[in-house]
Design a protein around this ligand. Structure first.
Ligand SMILES: Cc1ncc(COP(=O)(O)O)c(C=O)c1O
Length: 400
């Protein structure tokens, strides 16, 4: 009898965490490594949020809470959905978990049966397919190629839907590409979903606030109100408020689904950290002005990276609408050989050689389901990014 479960054999560990670990190991060995793999803002959590957490500790708010969130946070989340998305939710329609990751996991665990299909546009956030597999479902991928700004079309979505489709996972702006669908583009997708009433929408709006230029964020239930009854709108405080370590994510949707998600959580982790919940209340109810200040920095960094990578022959770097990632295609570099003699046959070889020969750690596109490409997280200091891009330019210039 095998000791480990068959379910576990179907999933792989997060490749993005693997890159961060490898970069940290090389750094510990004294190598000059620039890690561009991590998906978190380099900014500190704002002081008002830290103060709210400290006040919560001092006031003894350190005990178990309701499994799916304190009433004060649920109220703040309802207010956020109204303010930012013009969506009406009551606290009974809201659930809070230990990060957006747990929220998505709870939803999939609560709903998937063997044979259920989940449509995932590729490139995708690394955890979607493996969470679907862990929950016993089948991921179905739809490619959004670089020529289409890494977005899928309504026709692509229509073609992927079968009688077994349970969920369509939507993520805009996207990790790993930063691609953001306009309301009109999203309407094209929701029109398809209106023709298939058995398909539910899980929208991962984690990067809602990290958007640049004149791009305007839109979410499915807002663009197509008739989808409200079969949409789970997921979000969290990790990215917009630089709170990745606090582990608070949330979602709103139909009460029966929210209750089912709470049931999963009640038998796994119980409530998210009480102190973090109070910090999240302050994040959502407090001043929001630093988001715009941070975005100015992110935009400057995005422009720096895109312009430096666009100078490289054989690399195609679309300008992302949001998040803090760029996803250059390296189709023009496949088949070349590095200065140290490595043949670049895949994006994985490219990323490995780049790390070994220049010390720049990026995540290869294969990890996100669309090759050949790689992801850079530009949530790091301008000088570091300039140095990293200079090294990438040199590495590519030496390819023969
Ligand atoms: C697209 C996307 N969704 C969800 C998450 C999970 O965020 P958290 O669990 O920190 O709330 C991440 C984090 O990288 C992400 O990029």
């Amino acid at each position: 009898m095998p000791f480990l479960s068959d379910t576990l054999a179907r999933v792989k560990p997060s490749p993005t965490i693997a890159v961060s670990n490898l970069a940290a190991d090389l750094k510990a060995q004294g190598k000059d490594v620039i890690g561009l793999g991590a998906g978190e803002p380099d900014f500190d959590t704002p002081q008002n949020i830290k103060d709210a957490a400290i006040a919560a500790i001092v006031a003894g708010k350190t005990k178990y809470t309701a499994v799916d969130g304190i009433p004060e946070l649920k109220k703040a989340i309802c207010a956020k959905f109204k303010r930012d998305n013009d969506l009406d939710y009551t606290p009974a329609q809201v659930t809070v978990g230990t990060g957006g990751k747990q929220i998505l996991y709870n939803a999939l665990m609560a709903t998937l049966n063997p044979g259920d299909e989940v449509i995932i546009p590729a490139p995708y956030w690394v955890s979607y397919p493996d969470m679907v597999l862990l929950a016993g479902g089948t991921p179905v991928f739809v490619e959004g190629p670089s020529q289409n700004g890494y977005k899928i079309t309504p026709e692509d979505l229509e073609a992927a839907i079968t009688p077994n489709t349970k969920w369509f996972i939507f993520n805009s702006p996207s990790n790993p590409t930063g691609a953001g669908y306009t309301a009109a583009e999203l309407k094209g997708l929701t029109d398809v979903l209106m023709r298939h009433p058995h398909v539910w929408v899980m929208t991962d709006d984690m990067y809602e606030h990290l958007v640049y230029d004149d791009y305007e964020f839109a979410t499915p239930a807002q663009v197509e109100p008739r989808l409200y009854d079969r949409t789970l709108t997921c979000n969290g405080v990790s990215k917009a408020y630089a709170m990745t370590g606090w582990r608070i994510g949330y979602a709103a949707g139909p009460v029966e689904l929210i209750k089912a998600m709470g049931k999963v959580q009640s038998q796994s982790t119980s409530n998210p950290c009480s102190v973090s919940q109070w910090a999240a209340v302050e994040a959502l109810n407090g001043p929001q002005d630093y988001i715009a200040t941070n975005n100015e920095m992110f935009k400057r960094r995005r422009d720096l990276v895109v312009s430096m990578l666009s100078e490289i022959e054989g690399m195609d770097c679309p300008v992302p609408e949001g998040a803090f990632y760029v996803y250059p295609s390296i189709a023009g570099l496949i088949g070349k050989t590095t200065a140290a003699g490595t043949l670049i046959d895949t994006d994985e070889t490219f990323a490995k050689a780049l790390l070994e020969e220049t010390g720049v750690a990026v995540v290869f596109g294969g990890a996100f389901g669309l090759s050949p490409a790689f992801r850079i997280s530009y949530a790091t200091a301008d000088e570091t990014l300039r140095e990293a891009c200079t090294r990438i330019q040199r590495f590519c210039a030496a390819l023969t």
